[in-house]
Design a binder for this molecule. Structure first.
Ligand SMILES: NC(=O)c1ccc[n+]([C@@H]2O[C@H](COP(=O)([O-])OP(=O)(O)OC[C@H]3O[C@@H](n4cnc5c(N)ncnc54)[C@H](OP(=O)(O)O)[C@@H]3O)[C@@H](O)[C@H]2O)c1
Length: 325
C-alpha cells in the first residue's frame, strides 16, 4: 500500500483526500518510481476543477485519473519486463501528463517519458523543470524563433511556464514584457523582465504597443486583440486559457494569417526528453533558474494547489516527500 492524494470528482481542493491505496505495478515498458518531489502546475489546478473544458479530457463528468501531479522526480524502485533504460536505484524525472499520479508515494511511468536526473541537481529542482520549461522552450525557441533585439510579451509570466519563458527570451536577447497579477511584478523583474504589466490595471492589447512575439499561457482575448498587439510579421502562440479563445484561434487564425501576415496559433506542446535535457543543462550552467517558491508535504497538496490556483505562487510550488521517506 502507499499514501496518495485522491479525488473522485471535479471540484475545489476540498475534494482531495489523503488515503492509503494499492501501490501501482509497472507495465512491461514502465518503471515504478518512489516519488521524492513533484511540482504543481496550472494543469493540476485545471485538472482538479475540470475547468476550462479541455481539463475534462480524461473524463467529461467524472475524472478518469484519480491522482493528479505530473512533474515528478524520484528513484526507480522496479523496472517492467521490457524496460531497458533504467534500473532500480536510478534517479529520474519527467512530465507524466495526462495520466498524472505524482501526488503519491509511488507512481508508474513509461520509460520513454523519463530522463536521468543529474547527480548535482536536487529532486525538488528537477521536479520544477519538466512541463513549464518545455512549454517555454517550444514557445520561445522553436515556434517563436526569438532573435536578439525582438520584443517579446509573455502573458502569465509569473507562472510555471511563464517563469521559464521570461528567462529564455532574455537568454536569446529579446526585450521582454511580463504580464501577470500585481503581486508578481517584482518576481517577473527578478527573472529579467524589462517591462512588467499588472493585467488588472492595463490591457496589453489596448495600450498601443506592439511586439514581435506573444506567448500567452492563459489566453482569453479575441484574435483581433492579439492581431492589434503584434508588429507586422509577428506571431502569437497560445498555450492554455479559455475554450472560446482557443476555438476562435483555430477557426480565424488561418484567415488572420492570410489577410494580415500575422500568425496566431495554438501551441500544442510535445513532451520531449531532448527539450527537457536542454533546459536541464541550462539550469546546471546557471543560465536558467528553476525558482522554487514553497514546499509542502504530501498531506498538504490541497493547500499547495490552492496557493497556486489563487495566484500567490512566485516560482514553483513543490510537494516534497522528505517527511514521508
Ligand atoms: N498546449 C499544451 O500542449 C499544454 C501542455 C501543458 C500545459 N498546458 C497549459 O499551460 C497553461 C499554463 O500553465 P502554467 O503551469 O504556466 O500555469 P500557472 O503556473 O497557473 O501560471 C499562469 C499564470 O497566469 C497568471 N494569470 C491568470 N490570469 C491572468 C490574466 N488574465 N492575465 C495575465 N496573467 C494571468 C496566473 O496568475 P494568477 O495567479 O493571478 O492566476 C499565473 O501566474 C495551463 O493552461 C495548462 O493547461 C498546455
Amino acid at each position: 500500500m502507499m499514501k496518495a492524494i485522491v479525488r473522485t470528482k471535479y471540484g475545489s481542493p476540498e475534494v482531495l483526500k489523503l488515503v492509503d491505496v494499492e501501490r501501482p505495478i509497472p507495465k512491461d515498458d514502465e518503471v515504478l518510481i518512489k516519488v521524492h518531489a513533484v511540482s504543481v502546475n496550472g494543469s493540476d489546478w485545471e485538472g482538479l476543477r475540470g475547468k476550462p473544458l479541455y481539463a475534462r479530457f480524461g473524463g467529461l463528468l467524472k475524472p478518469h485519473y484519480h491522482i493528479l501531479g505530473s512533474d515528478i522526480a524520484g528513484r526507480v524502485e522496479k523496472a517492467g519486463r521490457n524496460a531497458r533504460q533504467f534500473q532500480p536505484g536510478d534517479e529520474v524525472f519527467g512530465d507524466i501528463l495526462p495520466r498524472g499520479g505524482g501526488f503519491a508515494e509511488y507512481v508508474c511511468a513509461p520509460e520513454k517519458t523519463l530522463a536521468r536526473k543529474p547527480a548535482s541537481m536536487a529532486f525538488e529542482e528537477a521536479a520544477a523543470i519538466p512541463q513549464g520549461a518545455v512549454i517555454a522552450l517550444q514557445g520561445i525557441r522553436d515556434k517563436g524563433q526569438v532573435q536578439p533585439g525582438q520584443a517579446v510579451l509573455i502573458n502569465g509570466a509569473g507562472g510555471s511556464a511563464g517563469m521559464f519563458a521570461v528567462q529564455l527570451a532574455k537568454l536569446y536577447g529579446a526585450e521582454v514584457t511580463g504580464v501577470d497579477n500585481a503581486g508578481k511584478l517584482d518576481f517577473m523583474r527578478s527573472l529579467g523582465a524589462d517591462h512588467v504589466i499588472d493585467h488588472m490595471q492595463e490591457d496589453f492589447t489596448q495600450n498601443g504597443k506592439q511586439v514581435d512575439l506573444i506567448l500567452d499561457v492563459i489566453a482569453h482575448r479575441s484574435v483581433f486583440a492579439y492581431t492589434r498587439a503584434l508588429r507586422p510579421g509577428g506571431s502569437c502562440f497560445v498555450v492554455g486559457g479559455s475554450v472560446a479563445t482557443l476555438f476562435q484561434i483555430l477557426f480565424l487564425g488561418p484567415w488572420i494569417r492570410r489577410t494580415t501576415g500575422k500568425k496566431i496559433r495554438i501551441l500544442a506542446v510535445q513532451p520531449n526528453l531532448k527539450d527537457m535535457i536542454t533546459i536541464t543543462e541550462l539550469c546546471e550552467a546557471g543560465k536558467v533558474v528553476p525558482v522554487i517558491d514553497r514546499r509542502y508535504p504530501l498531506s498538504e497538496v490541497p493547500e499547495a494547489l490552492r496557493y497556486l490556483g489563487e495566484g500567490h505562487a512566485r516560482g514553483k510550488v513543490i510537494i516534497s516527500m522528505e517527511d514521508n521517506q
